[in-house]
Design a protein around this ligand. Structure first.
Ligand SMILES: Cc1cc2nc3c(=O)[nH]c(=O)nc-3n(C[C@H](O)[C@H](O)[C@H](O)COP(=O)(O)OP(=O)(O)OC[C@H]3O[C@@H](n4cnc5c(N)ncnc54)[C@H](O)[C@@H]3O)c2cc1C
Length: 399
């Protein structure tokens, strides 16, 4: 899918990533994230000045007005650097929160939270997963939001709330209707400013050797007698699960295309190394058939991934997330696994150099392992696809 404005934006974005973003990579890999913030802020200003800011947002919100399939192409271009999405203000989880606020926010909520988020003045987080409950079943949790006067009072424990460190607000999933017959009608989503008494960010959970801070963090949060006005409810009470499902449709397109951007970069690095690393005089690594196989398999898998994701993006755009349930599940597990394979082959081609922290490959190898877990683990998505087809044969399976 191409259009003149998209091609023009893609050209500018690719040049910006190459010339302005990739040179930041060494600092990103070796210095604490907070130390980079002034530099990143200056780059964000350049993105705005170039008219490329927030490509996913409508123009009236200061964005570029691209459709989901168009933004998918942009997400791939930005995915070539771990900083790409952040610099263009379309990073998770803020992008998902912006989409949810656009769809379900009241005018008051939009003015207070959406507008500053679209301008990049604040950050946000999404607080759903709990340490003591299987996150794979998002209808099952214990955090409660009980009504008291005009307020909700929230109590419970969450973890893996990404980017909560330094965020201005969280969108929290909590049980508001414990007696609802359907488990899918028990939860709601509520906006909680992070300076609310009782919003206790206990720690950043260290993952794969990274302690995490600021935007690159995953926090454990204890909600203790955390009181917010009832007007902070997003959408209707009891619709938390439905809103989460709406969020995850486009969210999986964003992630999958970002992963394809990572794959393309890892693929180029693999081919370059295979062509230039000599095993013996005049005999580059790429003369070995097994290395050629890694290259060919990777090329085919990346191309297939892109076609699958674009097909899913088109279906969401024209028929909605619900209609695209199967396509969304297919890309989530398929592309996450292609990502792991391509990164692994690229590291293998680089030998010991691939293990060093001098290359971005080892960063991605650690951080992107989570792709097979968050937004639904592989097994859950495979099960969704299988259930659709078993049902057609008269075999219905409940979760
Ligand atoms: C880097 C990272 C960032 C995250 N960011 C956020 C965030 O911002 N906000 C948030 O709320 N959460 C976040 N999460 C949490 C994430 O959504 C959960 O980890 C995910 O939903 C899985 O839940 P769980 O970890 O409790 O695993 P569990 O539900 O305990 O599952 C464990 C394993 O069991 C297997 N499994 C699960 N269900 C099935 C099934 N039906 N059939 C077969 N096997 C199954 C899978 O292999 C799965 O990995 C993040 C996680 C990571 C790793």
């Amino acid at each position: 899918m191409t259009s003149e404005p998209l091609n023009c934006a893609l050209e500018k974005i690719q040049a910006f990533v190459r010339d302005e973003v990739l040179p930041l990579e060494e600092d990103f890999l070796h210095r604490p994230f907070r130390e980079l913030l002034p530099q990143l802020e200056a780059k964000r200003k350049s993105v705005k000045a170039l008219g490329l800011w927030a490509p996913h947002l409508p123009k009236e919100l200061g964005g570029q007005g691209f459709s989901l399939p168009e933004f998918a192409r942009i997400s791939e271009a930005l995915g070539r650097s771990p900083l790409g999405h952040y610099l263009f203000n379309c990073q998770a989880p803020d992008i998902g929160n912006m989409e949810v606020l656009m769809a379900y926010g009241t005018e008051e909520q939009k003015a207070a939270w959406l507008i500053p988020l679209t301008r990049g003045e604040i950050r946000s987080c999404f607080s759903m997963t709990e340490p003591d409950f299987a996150g794979s079943n998002p209808a099952w949790m214990e955090t409660q939001a009980r009504k008291d006067g005009d307020d909700y009072v929230i109590d419970g424990r969450k973890w893996f709330t990404s980017a909560a460190d330094g965020a201005a607000f969280a969108i929290v999933m909590a049980i508001t209707n414990p007696d609802a017959e359907s488990p899918y009608a028990r939860t709601s989503q509520i906006i909680v400013p992070t300076n609310t008494p009782g919003f206790n960010r206990v720690c950043n959970t260290s993952i794969m050797g990274g302690a995490g801070e600021d935007y690159v963090s995953h926090s454990e949060i204890h909600y203790e007698n955390c009181r917010v006005p009832q007007k902070n409810l997003l959408g209707e009470e009891g619709k938390g699960f439905e809103i989460a499902q709406q969020r995850l449709g486009p969210g999986r397109i964003h992630h999958c295309m970002r992963w394809i951007g990572i794959c393309e970069r890892a693929f180029e690095m693999m081919c370059h190394r295979a062509a230039t690393r000599l095993l013996a005089p005049g005999k580059p690594l790429g003369t070995r058939q097994i290395v050629q196989e890694w290259i060919a398999e990777s090329r085919a898998e990346i191309n297939a991934s892109r076609l699958l994701v674009m097909q899913a993006a088109e279906k969401i755009e024209h028929e909605g997330s619900r209609a695209a349930r199967e396509e969304i599940s297919i890309i989530k597990f398929y592309v996450a696994n292609v990502l792991q394979k391509v990164l692994d082959r690229s590291i293998q081609t680089h030998g010991a150099l691939g293990m060093t922290d001098d290359l971005v490959l080892s960063h991605w190898y650690r951080h992107e392992r989570a792709a097979r877990i968050y937004d639904g683990p592989d097994e859950v998505h495979k099960s969704v696809v299988a259930r659709i087809h078993l049902k057609k044969q008269g075999c219905s399976i409940s979760i």
